[in-house]
Design a binder for this molecule. Structure first.
Ligand code: FAD
Length: 393
């Protein structure tokens, strides 16, 4: 055969990679291992939390991938032997590979947030993996009385989708303004500066007055521990007991990456950015949130672009051709209210062991008429339709 590729993780990175491989060469044996029958998208899940969208609009299956010749295995990968090149799944089946692609997304770095273990996600939902957590946060907001406080604890970078916590703060404020107008959103932030900050802060003032209050790192905003039994958030400067506590813990690569030996002391996976091959284990490639991407923000757009570029590199490696240097584009929309969006587009190229941003990036202007914000909110929806159709449809 032309080569066996096993892809672990059927999210934006893994599904895009599996599809690109199957399309590039019908003789490749491509197997996608993923524990869930239905993928639930994080992009646009903040709209679900704000009551603007149903969770069903976030759900995607793998039928089209199967129809494209990819073997879909609905199991979790539990073991990886990089010597004999075999992946074991939860039911004990093993799958041999010539090349392995890992796109397991994130897991939480619980040692970095004392108290956030056991049942903590039930009382202080993170909502950073979409599905039950998204709906739980929605229910807690619905149950909160007017005049309550919703706290959002934001970790330092690198983390999944750096602007998404601020989009969430905005959309929660939108819900509260119309349903519980005496309430507040308290942002406890482990960062001083954040992506598209001036655009967010301008929108907050315009749309929500002083409903959103942010405590930055240098003001003591970093959360150092939590107590889920009393719903207490401890920061460097004091304790908070909000009515709804959305705690987004620090993150690292999905656990299977460490099991494979592909994660380093940072918890993320160092790669050669030309081929996405692991710096630590041979014949293993890592794409998406799990890899150490350097200047490229962890996003669905980046994961998809990396998955496709990695597929191209693997096809070239099988054919004995030199891999092409990838040039990735990342396009990210933030929707802060219905009809109010803005965006950031970046270009990234390998520089040493990471990706660096190169010229040609654009960001929405801080001063712009509402028509532009409305147009970008529309474009955000088109972006979601396009990337999910490209990945799953
Ligand atoms: P994922 O999409 O998480 O996929 C990982 C997959 O691996 C999962 O399906 C999981 O089940 C599977 N998996 C894990 N472990 C195993 C195992 N052991 N065996 C088999 N399978 C396994 N990005 C954007 O570009 N635009 C946005 O607007 C945007 N909004 C966001 C909003 C929020 C609230 C959040 C949290 C994120 C947002 N993102 C956005 C970021 C985006 O969701 C991620 O960057 C993207 O999903 C990363 O893709 P991935 O393939 O690395 O991981």
């Amino acid at each position: 055969s032309a080569g066996r590729v096993v892809v672990v993780g059927g999210g934006f990175g893994g599904a895009a990679c599996a599809r690109a491989l199957a399309r590039a060469d019908a003789k490749l044996q491509v197997t996608l291992i993923e524990p869930n029958q239905t993928y639930i998208s994080c992009p646009f899940s903040n709209e679900v939390i704000a009551g603007l969208r149903q969770i069903e609009a976030q759900q995607f299956g793998y039928d089209k991938l199967a129809a494209g010749g990819i073997s879909i295995v609905i199991q979790a990968a539990t073991g990886i032997d990089t010597q004999t090149r075999r992946v074991t799944t939860g039911d004990g089946t093993t799958f041999g590979y010539d090349r392995l692609v890992l796109s397991p997304g994130i897991d939480f770095h619980l040692e970095a947030l004392p108290g956030y273990d056991g049942v903590a996600p039930e009382t202080m939902p993170h909502g950073w993996k979409a599905g039950a957590q998204t709906l739980l946060l929605r229910r807690q907001l619905e149950a909160m009385a007017d005049g309550g406080t919703v706290a959002i604890a934001i970790p330092a970078n690198p983390s999944r989708c750096p602007p998404a916590p601020y989009e969430r703060a905005s959309l929660i404020a939108h819900y509260l303004r119309s349903s519980k107008p005496r309430s507040k959103v308290l942002v406890l932030d482990a960062k001083d500066n954040f992506s598209q900050q001036r655009l967010f802060e301008k929108a907050w003032k315009e749309l929500y007055g002083d409903m959103i209050e942010r405590v930055a790192l240098s003001q003591g905003g970093r959360v150092t521990s939590v107590d889920p039994t009393t719903r207490t958030i401890v920061t460097e400067f004091g304790n908070y007991t909000p009515d709804v506590a959305n705690v987004i813990p620090p993150q690292r690569a999905g656990r299977i990456a460490a099991i494979a030996g592909a994660a380093d002391a940072t918890g993320w996976c160092p790669i050669d950015p030309v081929t996405f091959e692991s710096k630590l284990v041979p014949n293993v490639h890592v794409v998406g949130d799990a890899c150490l991407g350097g200047g490229i923000p962890k996003s669905a757009a980046a994961a998809s672009a990396q998955g496709k570029a990695c597929a191209g590199a693997i096809v070239n490696l099988f054919a004995g051709r030199a891999p092409e240097t990838p040039r990735l584009t990342g396009l990210c929309y933030n929707v802060v209210a219905p009809g109010y969006g803005f965006s950031l587009a970046g270009n990234y190229e390998p520089r040493g062991d990471i990706f660096a941003e190169v010229e040609g990036g654009t960001t929405s202007p801080v001063d712009a008429p509402r028509e532009l914000r409305a147009r970008e909110a529309d474009e955000a929806e088109r972006w979601f339709e396009t990337i999910t159709a490209d990945t799953f449809g």
